[in-house]
Ligand binder design. Sequence first.
Ligand code: SF4
Length: 104
Amino acid sequence: MIDVIRSLNDVINEFHLKHRRNIFLVMNTPTQLSDRLPENVPGPWFITDACIICGLCDELAPGIFRPLEDFSFNHVYHQPVNDEEEELAREAAESCPVEAICRE
Ligand code: SF4
């Protein structure tokens, strides 16, 4: 019985080593797993329905991100138009805990 468990454990470890990179890539491509919210204003920056409305992005860049009226998600209500705003949006995207902020 112990031999069977050891063999099974070896198989699991081998699978994990072989596929870890693929699992990591899938988990870190939010646009493949979630949808762009239609409420985002047109433009390169958008928030997906992965948003958990933690409030971080509208705190970091209140001129770009804000909650929807029903507080279901945050969205982009103003597209960055200069380097300073681009940097704020990038900083918010890097800080988003669920990687819901994307740029085309
Ligand atoms: S930082 Fe991310 S999760 Fe938090 S409100 Fe903004 S988009 Fe949503």
